[in-house]
Ligand binder design. Structure first.
Ligand code: G3P
Ligand code: MG
Length: 226
């Protein structure tokens, strides 16, 4: 069975990375929900994809330069606010597993503290989380904080050594883009004991093509199409 991963919630149906989008993902009974996090100037971990707020809200400027109060004044679509990581975890409430993608540099420690709190006080388990990033140095940092959380190495290319970079990180999974993925890489990852989750597949023919390579999971804005 290929895991159905709700990308930024179910962002084909609702504004990405908003509570509405995560609720929609839950209703579609995804196996895993993916979200992107960054840290704003006042230190809160917020759920938003781009470094700037321009594309997904009615504001302008960099997330890391804005206070939490400034970010909360913005409309992220359909009157939604940019949520905090904690608000999203509360909505998910352990119904499905969560893939937290670290976008902002230096977010590892703050994300780790939040996860640890949900484990010690709210009944979550380490296995409920996957931490991923394009920034593999950030993943190394996360690994230094704990080896109990699964690590997903995101790549957008076919590196020399195929899945070697993920193995070096002690990763659980390799997350290749649909543009750069082939059977050799998928087989190489499997030989190294890694799962393969590919992003971001929305067209039925793409989903079929990537499934045929033997991947273990697919990220989609329309997770019900998987
Ligand atoms: O984590 C998979 C995918 O979300 C990575 O790319 O740009 O959509 O965050 P992006
Ligand atoms: Mg992402």
């Amino acid at each position: 069975m290929v895991l159905r991963i709700g990308h930024r919630g179910a962002s084909g149906y609702e504004p990405e990375n908003t509570l509405l989008s995560f609720q929609r993902g839950l209703r579609l009974q995804v196996d895993l929900i993916e979200l992107d996090v960054q840290v704003c100037s006042t230190g809160q971990v917020v759920v938003i994809h781009d470094a700037k707020v321009d594309r997904t809200t009615n504001g302008t400027g960099y997330v890391e330069e804005k206070s939490f109060r400034e970010l909360r004044a913005l409309d992220a679509g359909k009157w939604q606010k940019i949520p905090t990581l904690q608000e999203v975890l509360d909505i998910i409430d352990r119904k499905v597993k969560v893939n937290i993608e670290i976008k902002g540099e230096g977010a590892s420690k703050l994300v780790f503290d939040i996860i640890e709190m949900y484990i010690s006080k709210r009944g979550w388990e380490w296995d409920d989380f996957i931490i991923s990033s394009f920034n593999h140095y950030e993943l190394l940092e996360f690994n230094r904080l704990t080896s109990k959380v699964k690590i997903g190495a995101i790549i957008a290319g076919i590196p020399i050594g195929y899945a070697e970079c993920a193995e070096k990180l002690n990763a659980y999974s390799l997350h290749p883009s649909k543009e750069f993925i082939n059977k050799i890489m998928v087989d190489d990852a499997h030989k190294r004991g890694l799962k393969v989750f590919s992003y971001t597949l929305n067209e039925p023919e793409d989903i079929e093509r990537i499934k045929s390579l033997g991947v273990d999971g697919i990220f989609s804005d329309f997770p019900d199409r998987i």
